[in-house]
Design a protein around this ligand. Sequence first.
Ligand code: HEM
Length: 494
Amino acid sequence: MWLLLPILLYSAVFLSVRHIYSHWRRRGFPSEKAGITWSFLQKAYRREFRHVEAICEAYQSGKDRLLGIYCFFRPVLLVRNVELAQTILQQSNGHFSELKWDYVAGYRRFNLLEKLAPMFSAKRLSEMFGQVQKVGDHLIHHLLDKEDQGGPFEVDLQQKLRVYSVNIIANLIYGLDINNFEHKDHILTSYLSHSQAIQSIQSFTLGRLPQKSSYTYRLRDLIKQSVELREDHGLIRKDILQLLVRFRNGNEVCGDKWQLDTTNDAEKLLSIKRLAKVAEDLLKVSLDAVASTLTFTLLEILQEPLIVEKLRAEIKELSNTNGQLKFEELSGLRYMDMCLQETLRKYPPLPIIERVCRKSYSLPNSKFTIDEGKTLMVPLLAMHRDEKYFSEPMKYKPLRYLQPGNDVGQCEEKTKSNVFIGFGIGGSQCVGQNFAKLVIKVALIKLLQNFNLELDPKQVKTIQVSHRPAPLIHSKDGLKVKLKRREINPKFYS
Ligand code: HEM
């Protein structure tokens, strides 16, 4: 009897594991040979398992457009063809919609992101530009102060750019007038080290980012205070929070008004808790994406003096009164746009897009159906580094995006159109992409205007790109750069 019990238990576990790992085979999908090996368990136990790399390997194995794989005990359908991924994500009409952005008003259900998208329109961004520049100046002042203390110096620029990123979020999303280069004990500064320390087994896509942390409540308090200042004391500040507060009070997000038209206490469209959740989600999706794009752009361009020269030539054309840029001129920086696109291709901050199927869905041009509750993944990183779409994918070549009629330089090659998906695909694309490009450009312009930057040659050879904690991409040992002030215009930042 006592012997029978463990045998039965073992058999039950064995059969259910075998059942899970035969999910794709039973449905006739091409699938990887599944199972949990001893070496996998050892790696998982030592936290050495690399999710992102494993998904990239699965993408490279075989030629089928779809591949059934298993992430631990989760059957996941990997889409290995860009056109198919685009069709699925654009035309699946609610089969893969993200529940977390649902919100209900009266008897109607809306997608909150669609309602909030006008926050990032060109008109709104142009009026927030003053705040963005101020944050850019904080970064430059901080670095210039360091130089004043003892001449040219070496600094971990990745760390500084993370602080810049958090300053952007603090000022524009949390509506706070702070500079974390000076306020080192601020909660958002400690959030920086916290977010790097998160170790989560499953978090390798946005959908899997840890939803709640000990910071959630402290960040909610920050939002509560800022919202009260605007609703009860009439403070108006041109930032994203102001637009969120307008939305909460039933005022239009688009248009050009910033003050609140009405503050109906009884009927708020967003509770403080929900508004704080939106702000925290924006913090999570933007903090590392902005910092890593800046870091890897600098890593690449500083190895190519010709690229820096071209960027400086473009920047020189900008009108620049007392170090202040003009919003409308930034869209003319075509070479810089191509550099950023190339960075996002080679180092997409979000390496995988993940969707959970809400309603079973017949996959286009195939005999397959994906069932409700099953996960679909689009491996951005692997697609962006696929030779089929981008020749010499590991080379940094901004000119691959050159369009006919663009006079930045000679086009080096043809790149397959529409394969760049760094900001996502179709209707579910990143809503904050224009904001992201803006804040990245401001930091890049100001750094190149004010400093000569030199990489530590020893580090370049050994630099390690890491996705741990997943999915956040960063350089494992930072980015050591030697900075020397450029005496181009002594009036700047005086
Ligand atoms: C270089 C910087 C950035 C990159 C490369 C990037 C890329 C992406 C990608 C690939 C997605 C997923 C799209 C999909 O699921 O199909 C996404 C979603 C999103 N992005 Fe961005 N993003 C960046 C910066 C920002 C910024 C600065 C904001 C706002 C302040 C933002 C707001 C969002 C939001 C709200 C979502 C939806 C997130 C979700 O569904 O959980 N992003 N982004």
